[in-house]
Design a protein around this ligand. Sequence first.
Ligand code: RB5
Length: 152
Amino acid sequence: MRIAVASDHAGFTLKKGILSLLEKRGIDHKDFGCFSSERVDYVDFAVQAAEKVRSGEYDRAILICGTGLGMAMVANKFPGIRATPCCDAFTAEMSRKHNDSNCLTLGGRILPLDEAEEITTIWLETEFEEGRHRERLEKIVQLEKNLAGIPE
Ligand code: RB5
């Protein structure tokens, strides 16, 4: 699994902890910025990482801003990205089991590192349940095509 990681200034400190976790677990990853706590726009960094997942160069992304919300809003503009803001163990588990989340978004201003580590670990280890959940995701794919004006 290759993971594209990015944050804005509000997620910068938490991102350092998550990068260490990925390092410890031996998971292939790359940090697409930002690289300091100087104020930046989360949009620019979400785009960089989401494009890598969209292109297939990376399998998943972990995006961190103040709340995880702005990052998710941007990432979900990309067809094929299923970005889920997770702020507890249950949403992390369900985001994988039912939504096949391929983009975890976290809030640096709402999560202490130990909770973010737990959420990230669950998100990394939990498998998609397939079945009826696959059918629902296929509807989302079709919706993306319809909204883009692509014929079936
Ligand atoms: C930055 O102040 C903050 O708005 C951003 O990190 C994020 O929380 C947006 O959703």
